[in-house]
Design a protein around this ligand. Structure first.
Ligand code: PEP
Ligand code: MN
Length: 341
C-alpha cells in the first residue's frame, strides 16, 4: 500500500501516524514528492487495511498495490516518470539512441563509433570494459583502460557513456568514468550488486535476465529503487528460445506490458536479442513502433575482426540511415528523434 498524506499534515500529525504504524509493526519507506509525503508500506505483518488507513485524518489517499513490487509500480509511485542524466531526458517524448561497440578495443574503433552515434542524433555511447563472456578463453575486456577511452570519446563528442559493471567491487571504478552503469543479463539477479548500485545513486541500465519473467525483472529494479536510486532504465534484450537461428527471441510485447506496469523507461537492445546484423534494423524499427523509450545498438567499424559480437554489429555508417527511419516511425507514435541533417 502507498499512503499519500494530507499536504498540510504537520509534524505532530506525522508523528502520530508514525507511532500508529510502528505499533502495528508496519515497515514504512517515507518519501517527499513535490512537498507531499508519500509513504510506502513495505511490510504489513498485522494486516492493516486500506479502509482503516484512509479513515485517518492525516491520510488523503491510499493506493493498494496489486503487484509484488511497490516502488517500481506505477501505482506505488504516483507522479514518477521521465528523469534526466546529465541534462539528457530519458523516458520523455524524445527517443534516446545509445550505440557503440560490444567491447572497447582501441581508440580508432571507438572514435569511429562515437562519431557515428553523434551523427545519428544519439545521446549515449556504449562500450564494454568488463565483459561477461560465456567462455573464460574469450576476450574479457580492457578494464580501466577501456573506461578511460570511453570517457574521452564521450567527452569529445558530447555523449553520455554507459558501461557494464559485473562486480560490486568495480562499482566505484566504473562509476568514475560512466554516466550510467549497465547491469547485464547475467547479473540481473546478482542481489549484492543490485543493492550496491542502489546505494550509489548512479543511473543504471538494467538488462532483463536470459530467462527472467517480467515480475523478476521488475523485482530486480525494486532492489535498486529500495536503495534510493530512482534513475533506472530497463532494457529488453531478448530471452532464451528453442530456435538456434536467433541468439535470443525479442519479447516486444513486453515493452508494452512493462510500460503499463512501471514508470521506469524501457529500452530495447535489438543486437543481443537477435545476434544477427540483418535483423537489427527491422527489430529496432519495430521497437520504436511498440513504444520503446530508447535503443541500445552495437556497432563496429570492422565486424569481421571484432573481439566480441561481430556478427550482430552494424557498421557505423549504417547507424545514421537507421536513425532516419527511427525518426520517421517515432513521429507516428508521438515521439521524436532529432537526427542532424
Ligand atoms: C552487452 O550489452 O554487451 C551484453 C553483454 O549484454 P547482455 O547482458 O544483454 O547479454
Ligand atoms: Mn555484446
Amino acid at each position: 500500500m502507498v499512503l499519500v498524506l494530507e499536504p498540510g499534515a504537520d509534524r505532530k500529525q506525522i508523528e502520530i501516524l508514525q507511532s500508529f504504524l510502528a505499533e502495528r509493526d508496519a515497515v514504512v519507506r517515507r518519501e517527499i514528492h513535490e512537498g507531499v509525503e508519500i509513504w510506502s508500506i513495505m511490510a504489513n505483518p498485522t494486516g492493516l487495511t486500506p479502509q482503516e488507513l484512509e479513515a485517518r485524518p492525516e491520510v488523503r489517499k491510499v493506493y493498494s498495490i496489486h503487484e509484488s513490487y511497490v516502488l517500481a509500480s506505477k501505482e506505488g509511485r504516483p507522479g514518477a516518470g521521465p528523469f534526466e542524466v546529465e541534462g539528457v531526458p530519458i523516458g520523455g517524448e524524445a527517443l534516446v539512441l545509445a550505440a557503440g561497440p560490444c567491447a572497447v578495443e582501441n581508440e580508432e574503433q571507438l572514435e569511429s563509433c562515437a562519431a557515428a552515434v553523434k551523427l545519428s542524433g544519439g545521446k549515449l555511447l556504449r562500450g564494454g570494459a568488463f565483459k561477461p563472456r560465456t567462455s573464460p578463453y574469450s576476450f574479457q575486456g580492457l578494464g580501466e583502460r577501456a573506461l578511460k577511452m570511453l570517457r574521452d570519446a564521450g567527452d569529445r563528442h558530447g555523449l553520455l557513456v554507459v558501461s557494464e559493471v559485473m562486480d560490486r567491487e568495480d562499482v566505484s571504478l566504473v562509476g568514475e568514468y560512466a554516466d550510467l552503469l549497465q547491469v547485464g543479463s547475467r547479473n540481473m539477479q546478482n542481489f549484492p550488486l543490485l543493492k550496491e548500485v542502489g546505494r550509489r545513486r548512479i543511473p543504471v541500465l538494467l538488462k532483463r535476465g536470459l530467462a527472467a519473467t517480467r515480475e523478476e525483472f521488475l523485482l530486480a529494479a525494486e532492489y535498486i529503487l529500495l536503495g534510493g536510486n530512482d534513475r533506472i532504465v530497463l532494457c529488453e534484450r531478448g530471452v532464451r528460445s528453442f530456435d538456434p537461428e536467433q541468439r535470443n527471441i525479442l519479447d516486444l510485447a513486453s515493452v508494452c506490458l512493462l510500460k503499463e506496469k512501471t514508470h521506469l523507461p524501457v529500452f530495447v537492445d535489438p543486437s543481443h536479442s537477435t545476434g544477427r546484423r540483418d535483423l537489427v534494423a527491422p527489430m529496432a524499427r519495430a521497437a520504436v513502433a511498440a513504444g520503446a523509450d530508447g535503443l541500445l545498438i552495437e556497432i563496429h567499424p570492422n565486424p569481421a575482426g571484432a573481439l566480441s559480437d561481430g556478427p550482430q554489429a552494424l557498421l557505423p555508417h549504417d547507424l545514421p540511415l537507421l536513425a532516419r527511419d527511427l525518426a520517421a516511425i517515432a513521429s507516428v507514435v508521438g515521439r521524436s528523434l532529432e537526427v542532424p541533417p
